[in-house]
Design a protein. Structure first.
Length: 497
């Protein structure tokens, strides 16, 4: 057993990757033998499938039906090094989580065509450490270092799908059909394996294969456009936790004033880690003029009494569904007249946008409705010269609105981005779709076209909206939206002086 730290071949790599900072380089035969014995049987038997299992089975069947006779390969992804021997927190690839419900690293789902015209699903996973080879306590990812994994039998019971040791994936892919597609870009080893199986030699064949893989990703994004009931419930959980996180931030504003935007970020993060998996994207905690930077995630600015704080944040559930909510709040608890004027225009635009969310409406309608209100307001204020139709045609309001009014929401914060345009951007809203409505106005501190008093003001209001049979439900209605509601909400939460 003294050679247990030898480098394995690629398939064995996860088992034999030794820790990089080991002080004890060798293991005596006596110690190795002792460590391999004396362990109780901890196999978990009679596990019930996860709640999501009927849904993941249906999603796999739908995907298989779209690609008859082809093998489909959907990897979870691998840990990514942050520095030396530490890794970024792992987040499973969206399509893998959607089709399996598993959120661990290193797995790979394979759908193989069967004789009945359907597909057989096998989930290839890292098995448990078997206590024989020393990996469990010597390996970089051994169970005594990073925690217990599911056994293959446990995973099969939980995810209601056949499982196999991921070390057998190469031989499985090399056998049988060669018509295969992979969700590329998540696991370099799996991508290389698929390339090897295909054996493309010329650039034309490689380009064709790339197209096949892209089509698989597009199909999955299409399938994810309409959420099933279980997904909607997960998104509501994410939103509800996010609402509580915003309340935490309101109560912590005095401490943020004494420190920085990082206090806001950290306060929200605590809620995200306790109630969910993580934040679904980098929290934007932007005070004062930082709010005019759309994705301000440095969060190293000061939070000042007279400023607005723009908080754009979302809790991601342990099942990896995320909220995406923005509120812009006066740090003092009360908007100045000027801040209120800007806020109220954005609010009016958001009202118009939300009202345009309904089944059968073109996806682009809510954007157009909100942009029209903003353009009208900017003309009224003298920042833009009418007519409004010309402004909208030329997009001139975008100098101050910058971004689109919303996007699909789900497992990814900008969900289904690669879906077919005719199903998404140029498609119609359907019940079960979830999207954000998030107009904003951003007056850059150095924008000479803007009256001086407006410079450095940024406001965005963002809510998560479910399309229903009847119209819509604002999932984030637990937070205040109008300026008066925001002030009342802050008054309840800000500690009294
Ligand atoms: N949080 C990024 C966005 O609102 O799209
Ligand atoms: Mn958004
Ligand atoms: Mn957002």
């Amino acid at each position: 057993m003294s050679d247990q730290q030898r480098p394995g071949d690629r398939a064995d790599a996860f088992v034999f990757t030794p820790r990089k900072n080991g002080q004890s380089q060798s293991v005596s035969d006596e110690l190795a033998a002792w460590m391999s014995t004396g362990w109780a049987d901890t196999e978990l038997r009679d596990l019930d499938p996860i709640e999501q299992a009927p849904h993941t089975a249906r999603r796999r069947a739908a995907l298989g039906a779209a690609f008859p006779g082809e093998r489909l390969v959907v990897p979870a992804g691998q840990l990514v090094t942050r520095s030396n021997d530490t890794e970024y927190p792992f987040r499973a690839a969206t399509d893998y989580a959607y089709l399996t419900g598993d959120t661990a690293d290193g797995g790979c789902l394979v759908l193989t065509p069967n004789a009945d015209g359907g597909h057989d699903a096998v989930l290839y996973l890292k098995p448990r450490s078997d206590r024989e080879n020393g990996e469990f306590w010597l390996g970089q990812y051994g169970e005594l270092w990073t925690g217990r994994r599911n056994s293959l039998q446990e995973a099969s019971a939980l995810f209601a799908v056949a499982t196999a040791d991921v070390r057998t994936l190469p031989e499985a892919l090399r056998s049988g059909t060669t018509a295969l597609r992979v969700v590329r870009g998540h696991d370099a080893d799996v991508d290389a394996l698929v390339d090897e199986v295909r054996g493309d030699t010329d650039s034309e064949a490689k380009a064709k294969s790339a197209r096949l893989d892209t089509e698989l990703g597009v199909a999955l994004a299409d399938h994810r456009l309409v959420k099933d009931e279980w997904e909607v419930a997960q998104l509501q959980r994410a939103v509800d936790a996010t609402v509580r996180g915003f309340g935490d931030v309101a109560a912590a504003l005095p401490q943020a004033r004494d420190t920085s935007e990082r206090f806001v970020e950290g306060t929200f993060f605590l809620r995200a880690r306790v109630e969910g998996n993580d934040v679904g994207y980098g929290t934007i905690a932007a005070s004062g003029a930082n709010a005019t930077t759309l994705h301000w995630t440095r969060n190293d600015g000061s939070v000042r009494e007279g400023d607005l704080l723009l908080l754009d944040a979302g809790v991601e559930t342990t099942t990896l569904y995320t909220a995406d909510v923005t509120r812009t709040m006066p740090v003092s608890g009360t908007f100045t007249d000027l801040q209120r004027k800007v806020y109220d225009l954005v609010y009016a635009a958001q009202e118009a946008g939300i009202a345009a969310v309904a089944p059968g409406r073109p996806f682009g309608d809510f954007h157009k409705a909100a942009q029209r209100v903003l353009a009208e307001g900017l003309v009224e204020w003298g920042l833009l010269e009418g007519p409004v139709e010309r402004i909208l045609e030329l997009g001139l309001q975008r100098r101050y609105t910058l971004h689109g009014t919303g996007h699909m929401l789900g497992l990814d914060v900008h969900d289904c981005a690669v879906a077919r345009q005719e199903a998404h951007l140029y498609g119609e809203l359907e019940p079960g779709m979830v999207l954000t409505v998030e107009p904003g106005l951003y007056f850059q501190p150095d924008d000479l076209t803007v009256p001086e008093e407006l410079r450095g003001i940024g406001v965005r209001i963002e809510d998560d909206v479910l399309v229903t049979e009847e119209g819509r439900t604002v999932m984030s209605a637990g937070l205040p939206r109008s300026s008066a509601e925001v002030e009342a909400w802050l008054a309840e939460r800000l500690p009294r002086a």
